[in-house]
Design a protein around this ligand. Structure first.
Ligand code: HEM
Length: 127
């Protein structure tokens, strides 16, 4: 039996456009600018690989970099609850831009929200 994955439903092209739209927003978000590199080309390439496998497509990230260990890989970066919210708001706006359809969108976004909350490793600063 052949099962259609969310990756098949979205397609490589749309996933790539989504990640590009997302990092254009990250690059301009005041909460996120301080922790991301100026040049987001490589970050976007890694994220395309990761989200491909996250959505049930080929394991591109693991083939090149080994186990994702996402929480460990994020520990060098100060990820506050406010930054997790900002990350998710950039993703939601990127999903609007590329017109990602329901119900894939809701399912994908809720899994990203769980992952984003799991990445939080620092408290918000006052103000
Ligand atoms: C890498 C921030 C959530 C997947 C990074 C980097 C930062 C970051 C600063 C390093 C970028 C670089 O140096 O190239 C954040 C923040 C998040 C968040 C503030 C908010 C909660 C997520 C989520 C996912 C994710 C939810 C997956 C669904 C990745 C991947 C990388 C990465 C795959 C590349 C890891 C590598 O170096 O191989 N993130 N991230 N991040 N992030 Fe996040």
């Amino acid at each position: 039996e052949e099962r259609m994955t969310p990756y098949d439903a979205i397609g490589e092209k749309k996933l790539s456009s989504l990640v590009d739209a997302f990092y254009r927003r990250v690059a301009n978000h005041p909460e996120l600018i301080p922790i991301f590199p100026k040049d987001l080309t490589e970050t976007a390439r890694l994220q395309k690989q990761f989200l491909t496998q996250f959505l049930g497509g080929p394991p591109l990230y693991t083939e090149e970099h080994g186990h994702p260990m996402l929480r460990a890989r994020h520990l060098p970066h100060e990820i506050t609850p406010r930054r997790a919210k900002a990350w998710l708001s950039c993703m939601s706006a990127a999903m609007d831009e590329v017109k990602l359809d329901s119900p894939i969108r809701e399912h994908f976004f809720s899994r990203l929200a769980l992952t984003a909350n799991h990445m939080v490793n620092s408290p918000d600063k006052v103000q």
